[in-house]
Design a protein around this ligand. Structure first.
Ligand SMILES: [Zn+2]
Length: 200
């Protein structure tokens, strides 16, 4: 029996008008640990803008098709669109933009709080997004590999092999002799077609 798992990247959300890393241009470099430490106010200004773009976005047929079949998903996206589509089993290896955290006292904050401050009101620490930034370690990689172990067919969706994370996951599946199907362009058209063949 086919046991599918999906691994999604920015390309799957393109049809939902979420900018890809390539589209972000030099903003991409600013979403880094180094930039947050050097220019925290500018960092959070950019992040709040990105957050607002994402909040307004809707899942497209590619997200909906994966949700309809409840296929487990490993995603590099931080846009939350798989959950918005109704997927239950989603591992967000790069985190998400739902809340901010103070690493010192573990308090959580809404993004709305950024309109007034970027500092924790309890302990005066600079807040942190719950997102893996460039320069951070990737703690959830082992969980991702465990999910791949349980499947025999990996659907790689909207992922250019731009990041080392993507390369690592692809190679792991390849090395473990999983069937791999790549859908890079037009996932919102191709993915529903592919999945309709496996029935409900
Ligand atoms: Zn705090």
């Amino acid at each position: 029996m086919e046991k599918l798992i999906a691994f999604s990247g920015a390309g799957i959300s393109k049809a939902s008008n979420i900018p890809t890393f390539e589209d972000l241009g030099d903003l991409r470099d600013k979403l880094s640990r180094e930039y947050l430490q050097l220019y925290p106010y500018d960092f959070f200004k950019i992040l709040l803008h990105f957050h607002n773009t994402i909040k307004a976005a809707k899942p497209n047929p590619a997200h909906l098709a994966l949700a309809k079949h409840q296929i487990p998903i490993i995603t590099m996206n931080i846009d939350g669109l798989h959950q918005k589509a109704g997927s239950k089993n989603v591992l967000e290896i790069h985190g998400n933009l739902e809340r901010l955290i103070c690493r010192d006292c573990s308090s959580h904050y809404d993004y709305k709080y950024l309109e007034q401050d970027i500092i924790c009101e309890k302990c005066q620490c600079v807040l942190d997004p719950e997102v893996v930034l460039y320069g951070d370690s990737l703690d959830k990689m082992n969980d991702a590999l465990t999910m791949i172990d349980k499947a025999n067919h990996l659907l790689v969706v909207g992922t250019s092999y731009y990041t080392s994370t993507a390369v690592d996951i692809y190679n792991y599946a390849l090395f473990n002799k999983k069937k791999i199907t790549e859908i890079n362009e037009l996932a919102e058209v191709k993915l529903p077609q592919i999945l309709s063949k496996i029935g409900d």
